[in-house]
Design a protein around this ligand. Structure first.
Ligand code: F6P
Length: 517
């Protein structure tokens, strides 16, 4: 595999010179004035998603230099390696094959191994969707509780909320992730065991939060007179043996080549399938697959995830922008920022390259935000007039799925107005009412929020994260950074009972004593 870290390419040095000469003072208002075709040139049609990049600080020269950087880093080969199932997650010795989860059963495969894995994917998918349909048809099950955390929670939860308009009206979906018992207790208080299906979602089936919540849910089920665990508990995991030991026989499996944050397309997506049905889930996969094909085959210069990922590198490493605000102007997408935080920061929040060498440049930006228009009345002040420049990524949906008069036009008008205000600014000599403008934003436009368009939108985000990670030369598919805290929590938990402070730093020992007093 030929990968070259971005800062070791000739294009990197050229981009640095270009940034110093022109990039740092680039003005989007002037760029629009000079180029009547700018909107067309810097926008990209992709399956189900139209990407308007024109209000960003790029021109044709910058983009062609970034494309040269991508070529010199070996982005195309790295992308092919992912699709072909090479073990590009080297620190865990695993393939990165979530794209296979949305590949049609009859697609041509590159190897016998790929064909065998694809057959397993479809066998499990068919079984899981048959189970989802059975649950949907079972009027006695009114509540479905997903117990899982991280990728076993954020993706399914975000998708179920997003697809509310398509959801089965007779099923209430609950998501319990936090080990904080307030969360599970509040959920259980609203449930009856005979009407509840618990889904224990954990790739490893060892995650302490999920195992603690699952054990408490099972105790509650028994104590509240619940009968027939087989009917009321199912496990979604790669660790079928551990699920069985826990006492669950109904298990839908997946494979170690599915990263947790990329797992909503697998059995972890069962809550989505119960909400929107088998046909809806297949549309969701098809939307993602359409985006995979675009990413896998479109030339780099006309490839939406590539153009977005390159812009991410330009902003992070040349302009020095360390965060990106995500503003979904659709309340059903309100968990999208939280989902993107895991996707991007767990993938690209790395300080060493794939060979373990410390990086001399910044990596993952911080995606953050709220749904619009709420964010406008909270932190948009800072986006318009603060000292830091934060690129904004708006998500807008053309069609409304309600009939309330006037609302949707007003919502869409606000997207356009905010993006316009960020770029245009407003002069005022007094200072306080001065808007500097030239603040970059992107608009991702969907015709409608459907299973297919949501699938495409998520796959677009997965691939843009792949692109920046590939250029930075990092392994975007491990997550060693979450391990240390887990180990220390295990060490501290018994100390809360026995008061043993030996070996602890002064602050931890002091806080421990206060919690015990
Ligand atoms: O936080 C680390 C992590 O491993 C995530 O990558 C993962 O999505 C989450 O924990 C949950 O893991 P599991 O599905 O194995 O319970």
């Amino acid at each position: 595999m030929t990968r070259t870290r971005c800062d070791r390419t000739p294009a990197w040095a050229l981009l640095q010179a270009h940034y110093a000469a022109r990039g740092k003072d680039f003005d989007t208002r002037q760029a629009f004035a000079e180029d009547a075709q700018r909107f067309a040139r810097f926008s990209q049609h992709a399956p189900h998603v139209f990407v308007d990049l024109s209000k960003n600080r790029i021109d044709a020269e910058t983009e062609s230099m970034l494309l040269a950087l991508a070529e010199q880093c070996g982005l195309g080969a790295h992308r092919e390696a992912m699709f072909a199932g090479d073990k590009i997650n080297a620190t865990e010795g695993r393939e990165v094959w979530h794209v296979l989860l949305r590949t049609p059963a009859d697609a041509a495969t590159g190897s016998a191994h790929e064909a065998a894995e694809l057959a397993k994917v479809h066998e499990t998918l068919d079984a899981m969707l048959a189970f989802a349909e059975k649950v949907r048809a079972d009027d006695a099950i009114t509540d479905v509780v997903n117990i899982g955390i991280g990728g076993s929670d954020l993706g399914p939860q975000m998708a179920v909320l997003s697809l509310h308009a398509f959801a089965h009206p007779g099923k209430r979906m609950h998501f319990v992730s936090n080990v904080d018992g307030h969360e599970l207790a509040a959920t259980l208080a609203r449930l009856k065991p005979e009407n509840t299906l618990f889904l224990i979602a954990s790739k490893t089936f060892t995650t302490i939060e999920t195992m603690t919540n699952a054990a408490s849910a099972k105790r509650w089920f028994d104590a509240s007179g619940g009968k027939n665990i087989a009917r009321h508990f199912a496990a979604l995991t790669t660790n079928v043996a551990a699920a069985k030991d826990f006492g669950i026989d109904t298990t839908f499996g997946f494979w170690d080549w599915v990263g947790g944050r990329y797992s909503l397309w697998s059995a972890i997506g069962l809550p989505i399938a119960i909400a929107v049905g088998a046909a809806g889930f297949r549309e969701f996969l098809a939307g993602a697959h359409a985006m995979d094909q675009h990413f896998g085959t479109a030339p780099l210069a006309a490839n939406a995830p590539v153009r977005m990922g390159l812009l991410d590198v330009w902003y992070r490493n040349f302009h020095g922008f360390s965060s990106r605000s995500v503003a979904p102007y659709h309340s059903a997408l309100r968990r999208l920022p939280a989902y993107l935080q895991q996707l991007e920061m767990e993938s690209n929040g790395k300080r060493v390259d794939a060979s373990g060498e410390a990086l001399p440049f910044g990596t993952s930006p911080i995606p953050w935000g709220e749904s619009g228009t709420n964010g406008q009345h909270a932190y948009f002040q800072m986006l318009h007039q603060g000292t830091d420049v934060v690129p904004v990524e708006f998500v807008a949906v053309k069609k409304a799925r309600h009939t309330l008069e006037g609302h949707h036009d007003l919502l869409l008008a606000n997207v356009l107005a905010q993006a316009q205000a960020l770029m245009q600014g407003k002069s005022d000599t007094g200072g306080h009412k001065h808007f500097p403008g030239n603040r970059p934003s992107t608009v991702l436009l969907l015709d409608d929020l459907t299973p297919a368009s949501l699938g495409a939108l998520i796959a677009l985000q997965e691939h843009r994260v792949f692109v920046s990670g590939a250029l930075w030369g990092i392994n975007s598919f491990d997550q060693w950074g979450v391990e240390l805290g887990k180990v220390l929590a295990k060490d501290i938990a018994p100390r809360l009972h026995n008061g043993d402070a030996s070996g602890l730093d002064g602050s931890t020992a002091g806080l421990l004593a206060m919690l015990r007093s």
